[in-house]
Design a protein. Structure first.
Length: 417
């Protein structure tokens, strides 16, 4: 498949754009593969891409029950960053951010990566100390972090009400290399690049059962028949516990809703990503001009891809506290995704109790930024039947062994992460 380039855009323009082909084939499933990846979101497609590009395993199928990228990958607020505190997490997310930095070249696809900076505001001494601690932990691991004072925040994002009567802004933790990427282009880019290496992307193919013999996976049952493979990787986000139940084991995951909102289009107003420290609210501006914002979880388990009004109300009121001018803005759309929440807020990229069955899951509300890193580590784990050092701590048994990765210190409450 010919690649995309400025030269091709020019030549196609001259011949009436008649030479473009679909970005990936509509593959029909074969009876067997070397590896099956379940879930055609960013994580599943990235897993397939890195299996092919890093490990030379190309006899791979990605099975997606609907259309690729229509799960959380196409529903998120697109923030990319690596400003985590625990070394197990910040090293993993930094690896992912470095992959993002070269992703467009690796995929030959424009994912509209925009490193516009991410600021987390703090409003009191305790929050300032926490931000300093997190920033120091990042810097100790070679990751960029800066502390902005109140004037620094005002200079970078003038629309924020730093003199807020109730929640005065003291400053913010800034990661300049953080930013946003275009969510659906990420799914399409990984699909395009995996397909170009021979991977079959099979849409409208729902996995309905697992074929397990002698404790080892042999394949899956689907709405398009049985498909055999000695290795299967799960990348199904909020549906993880449903799929592992098919394989006969439980996982510490609860499925909760997270909502996103988009406003009417505006002229350029906010050219970074900024997160409120005194309520659940964060915002960036899309290239189309709409403000893209979100907040915290809807606090009860659900598979509905719609959110609840109390959470919407909280998000809007927190937004107006941070930027009073938003009060004059019209909301355009809102929707929700189904999040795979873990008790400690950290993910799993690991082997499972069934031999040959692997998973990348538990991404909570932060898995978009992890997409390349998750696919890279999941592919490594599948190819070598062992974790890479970057995901060695992200196992299912960490709760049994008392080595939780409790990034936010919330304790064992799925909904509080
Ligand atoms: C509102 C919202 C805002 C967010 N904001 C951010 C953010 O700013 N930054 C960030 O880093 N993260 C964010 N996230 C989280 C992020 O979107 C997810 O963690 C990430 O996209 C998960 O990717 P995925 O590929 O694992 O899941 P998905 O994209 O959901 O893909 C899973 C796929 O599996 C398929 N599937 C499920 N069951 C089956 C089956 N039985 N057979 C076949 N296919 C199946 C589904 O159809 C789906 O397409 C946000 C999420 C939401 C909902």
């Amino acid at each position: 498949m010919p690649g995309y380039s400025g030269f091709r855009i020019l030549t196609e323009g001259l011949r009436g754009n008649s030479g473009w082909k679909p970005a990936w084939r509509k593959a029909a499933p074969k009876p067997s593969y070397d590896v099956i990846v379940v879930g055609g979101g960013g994580h599943g497609l990235a897993t397939a891409f890195y299996l092919a590009s890093e490990h030379g395993i190309t006899n791979v199928a990605v099975l997606e029950r609907g259309l690729i990228g229509q799960g959380n990958t196409g529903r998120n607020t697109t923030i990319v960053r690596s400003n985590y505190m625990l070394p197990e997490n910040n090293n993993f997310y930094e690896h992912s951010l470095k992959l993002w930095e070269g992703l467009e070249q690796s995929l030959n696809y424009n994912v509209m990566m925009s490193q516009r900076g991410v600021i987390n505001l703090f409003h009191n001494e305790a929050q300032k100390n926490a931000a300093l601690r997190r920033g120091n932990s990042m810097r100790l691991n070679g990751i960029d972090a800066e502390i902005l004072d109140r004037d620094g925040v005002k200079a970078m994002c003038p629309i924020v009400d730093v003199d807020n009567g109730r929640y005065p802004v003291m400053g913010g933790l800034l990661q300049r290399r953080g930013g946003t990427a275009r969510h659906d282009a990420v799914a399409w880019g990984f699909a395009h690049a995996a397909d170009a290496r021979g991977v079959d992307i099979v849409e409208h193919c729902e996995v309905t059962g697992m074929i397990i013999e002698g404790g080892a996976i042999q394949g899956v049952r689907t709405t398009r028949g049985e498909i055999r493979a000695p290795k299967v990787g799960l990348a199904v986000a909020g549906s993880t516990s449903t799929l592992t139940a098919m394989a006969g084991f439980d996982v510490p995951i609860e499925t909760h809703l997270l909502q996103a909102f988009v406003s009417e289009g505006l002229k350029p107003l906010i050219d970074c990503v900024v997160t409120f420290g005194a309520g659940h609210f964060y915002v960036s501006q899309s290239d189309k001009g709409g403000l893209v914002f979100g907040g915290g979880l809807d606090g009860y388990p659900s598979y509905g891809q719609r959110g609840t009004l109390p959470t919407a109300e909280h998000v809007y009121s927190a937004g107006v506290s941070m930027i009073p001018a938003l009060g004059r803005l019209r909301g355009l759309r809102s929707w929700a995704g189904v999040m795979d929440m873990t008790p400690d807020g950290s993910p799993y990229i690991c082997k499972t109790p069934v031999q040959g069955l692997y998973m990348t899951a538990g991404w909570c509300y932060g898995g978009f930024k992890a997409t390349p890193g998750s696919g890279w580590c999941h592919a490594w784990t599948i190819a070598k039947d062992a974790p890479h050092r970057l995901n060695a701590a992200h196992t299912l048994d960490r709760f049994r062994e008392g080595r939780m990765l409790d990034e936010r210190g919330n304790g064992p409450f799925f909904w509080a992460q």
